[in-house]
Design a protein around this ligand. Structure first.
Ligand SMILES: [Zn+2]
Length: 351
């Protein structure tokens, strides 16, 4: 495990390597970005290097007692909060409360047992309630010597400004298509359609792409999304009734598949928008399905396509919030039909 394997986040890796080689390591980091973008992996590599007893430059040796204990998950100077390894509060916990933070602070204030530092990785830091964050602030204001805490968060709005301002923020970005292709290709076993679907679904987030490739039942979603796209653009009312019913059924049985379908549909709409603007197929994610995208292009206004992307992403978000699936889908299909269909003016009830 080294920084070498982390593609697409070179700027962040350079920053961390400067900290490691100079020994000037901040007491608090905040890694933000979408889940699956490599935040936790990076924090673990940082911990490994910082705690290693005989690092080779900025790289952990992999063989010393510290490195071995890190691999076994038994390092006495490494503390995970809100992850699988956390004995108090696991990854599914909805909230990180003040008690958990008090226990963390007590642990971080102890002298390191085998390494030269104590390291904490807190996953889902946005789950800390206000009281917990105010408590953590005490640690940030008077950090124990040689302690490093890394907060992993999807975004900052849930975190207090006072917490954010005391941490060094490193923002993990979505990766461009060519890097996603490079990363995911070896996992797709030569199946080009599957690879393109994974790239479309992952939307620049490697972790999402790898997860997709492991889940067989998600593999057909891109074909389904293209079917839906074609039906929407054609605006065939009978097909739309069928679509509406089958999606409702899908949502009841396999919500995750429905979510993946909406992700794939949003990418198709975005591809259509990009192609309408630039006429450059190298920018398309669904490059291999270019024909299906451009076939209906002239009939759709660019502004409508932009709104279709937004609308699909909004529905995807609503599904994630455990909204009523049939209602979310029904409203989405009605809106998309109006936006995309050449006969959209006649959009009226179906099903
Ligand atoms: Zn080592």
């Amino acid at each position: 495990m080294s920084f070498y394997g982390l593609k697409g986040q070179e700027e962040i890796i350079r920053t961390l390597q400067v900290h490691l080689s100079s020994g000037k390591v901040p007491h608090a980091y905040l890694f933000t970005g979408p889940a699956g973008s490599g935040r936790s992996t990076t924090a673990r590599i940082l911990a490994l290097s910082l705690l290693c007893l005989q690092p080779d430059g900025t790289k952990a040796c992999g063989t010393c007692p510290s490195c071995k204990m890190m691999q076994q998950g038994t390092h006495p100077d490494f503390f995970a909060v809100g992850t699988k390894e956390d004995p108090i509060l696991d990854e599914d916990a909805r909230e990180i409360d003040v008690d958990r933070i008090r226990k963390l602070i007590a642990a971080m204030q102890e002298k390191p047992l085998i390494s030269s530092r104590r390291f904490c990785l807190m996953a889902g830091a946005e789950r800390m309630n206000k009281q917990a964050q105010n408590c953590l602030l005490k640690l940030f204001e008077e950090p124990p010597e040689n302690s490093v805490i890394t907060l992993i968060s999807t975004g900052q709005p849930a975190l207090l400004d006072t917490v954010v301002s005391r941490a060094l923020i490193l923002e993990f970005k979505r990766l461009p298509v060519h890097l996603m292709e490079e990363l995911l290709r070896p996992e797709a076993n030569g199946d080009e359609n599957l690879l393109m679907t994974a790239i479309a679904y992952a939307d620049g987030i490697p972790g999402k792409g790898f997860a997709f490739l492991k889940q067989q039942d998600l593999h057909d979603v891109r074909d389904l999304a293209f079917k839906l796209w074609t039906d929407l653009v054609k605006g065939d009312p009978r097909e739309m009734v069928n679509q509406s019913r089958s999606l409702e059924k899908l949502g009841k049985e396999k919500k995750q598949t429905l979510e993946a379908l909406l992700d794939a549909l949003a990418v198709i709409c975005r591809d259509a928008m990009v192609y309408a603007g630039m006429q450059d197929d190298s920018l398309l994610i669904n490059r291999d399905k270019k024909d299906m995208i451009i076939k209906y292009l002239p009939k759709i206004r660019p502004a409508s396509m932009a709104r279709a992307v937004e609308r699909t992403e909004k529905a995807r978000h609503e599904l994630g919030l455990q909204g009523s699936t049939p209602l979310v889908m029904e409203m989405l299909l009605a809106d998309l039909k109006t936006l995309l269909s050449s006969s959209g003016k006649t959009a009226s009830g179906y099903g």
